[in-house]
Design a protein around this ligand. Structure first.
Ligand SMILES: Cc1cc2nc3c(=O)[nH]c(=O)nc-3n(C[C@H](O)[C@H](O)[C@H](O)COP(=O)(O)OP(=O)(O)OC[C@H]3O[C@@H](n4cnc5c(N)ncnc54)[C@H](O)[C@@H]3O)c2cc1C
Length: 322
């Protein structure tokens, strides 16, 4: 199929995705369209769905690893950024807005709740798909509705539609519904401005001390919720044991892999759950290192780590090994 325009928007062909990801890796998108407003995003998503053109919405690419062979179908880059904050605490935001920008706008209006978003480098749309969170909060807590395009229909749905859980939603399934989230509504409580900014600054400080420099996609694996495993880890903090949480980085470090390098990809030496692209690593190189970390952790602890980063596109030929 040759497409030159979609719903009035220009379509580019074979656009390399590497510059659009924070891991700086990945092959080309077959078709590539940029949407600058919620209406453009919704109309392009609807037109693609109506013509069975597989669509991958794209934010800041901070939680994805596109295959070196590329992403078939349409990559729809979301640059719709409007945020409207009402005095009542109701927020309506385009999903292409920066998650941190959303925090700043709501904090300026004296609303509390999104302090944890400081330092999460992505769009609201990407945050929703993985129910992004930190410091015991997550984005789904404050949602009251989502505007989505699904089966060619633009409609508002309840948050339950997303089936949120820890770093998960229906849009992370192996074969997720073809869905683009266009806008959301949230309800945030009033807060005391000094406390809002103090809390955000403290989270920022903690991040700076832990987070390695780019290029990465943040935590590569999800933390493990397992009371028995947590209890068996001698050096795990009392708080983690009480909550039954074993950080993936703790397991990777305990497996002796902190700072381990394979070609241009490396497990963080400050935070072992970050995979860094330190030397032009391809997506395959990065995934091989991830697989190695998974195997060693499994051999040592019998735990299968689950990826937080999403593998996009044509990974045919890739073999997952233990
Ligand atoms: C240094 C660093 C620190 C990080 N810290 C955290 C953290 O503390 N907590 C945390 O949870 N995450 C963290 N992340 C991961 C990441 O930033 C978040 O998951 C972020 O919200 C992803 O947003 P994005 O716009 O980059 O999404 P992308 O990576 O562009 O996309 C992610 C997925 O969402 C889909 N998607 C994107 N937009 C839409 C849309 N509008 N509709 C439907 N689907 C869509 C994409 O198709 C893809 O499957 C970190 C990443 C980095 C690099």
């Amino acid at each position: 199929m040759t497409v030159t325009s979609l719903a009035g928007l220009q379509v580019q062909r074979k656009v390399p995705l590497r510059p659009y990801t924070t891991l700086k890796a990945g092959g080309p998108a077959d078709y590539f369209v940029v949407a600058h407003s919620a209406d453009e995003l919704a109309t392009a998503a609807k037109a693609a769905q109506d013509s069975d053109l597989r669509t991958t919405p794209f934010g800041w690419g901070s939680n994805v690893l596109p295959a070196d062979k590329g992403v078939p179908g349409l990559v729809l880059l979301n640059q719709a950024k409007r945020i409207v904050v009402a005095k009542t605490g109701e927020v309506c935001a385009d999903t292409g807005c920066g998650f941190q920008e959303l925090f700043l706008k709501t904090a300026q209006a004296g609303l509390h709740g999104l302090e944890f978003a400081v330092g999460i480098p992505g769009t609201l749309g990407g945050a929703l798909v993985s129910n992004a969170g930190a410091y015991r909060s997550c984005v789904s807590e404050f949602l009251t509705g989502l505007e989505i395009v699904v089966k060619g229909e633009r409609q508002w749905v309840e948050p339950e539609w997303m089936h949120f859980s820890y770093r998960d939603s229906v849009l992370r399934l192996e074969n997720p519904p073809q869905c683009t989230i266009v806008r959301v509504r949230m309800q945030l409580p009033k807060g005391e401005p000094k406390r809002i900014y103090d809390e955000a600054r403290e989270y920022q400080r903690q991040r700076i001390s832990k987070q390695p420099p780019p290029a990465s996609a943040g935590s590569f694996f999800k933390n493990v919720n397992d009371n028995a495993l947590a209890a068996s880890m001698d050096t795990l903090s009392a708080g983690m044991k009480a909550n039954g949480v074993v950080p993936a980085g703790y397991l990777i470090e305990a497996a002796g892999l902190k700072g381990f390098r394979m070609g241009g990809a490396m497990l963080g030496s400050r935070h072992a759950n970050f995979i860094l692209n330190v030397g032009n690593a391809s997506s395959t190189n990065i995934r091989r290192l991830a697989q190695h970390a998974k195997s060693v952790v499994f051999e040592k602890f019998g735990v299968t780590l689950e990826e937080e980063v999403l593998f996009l596109g044509d990974w045919s030929g890739w073999e997952e090994r233990r």
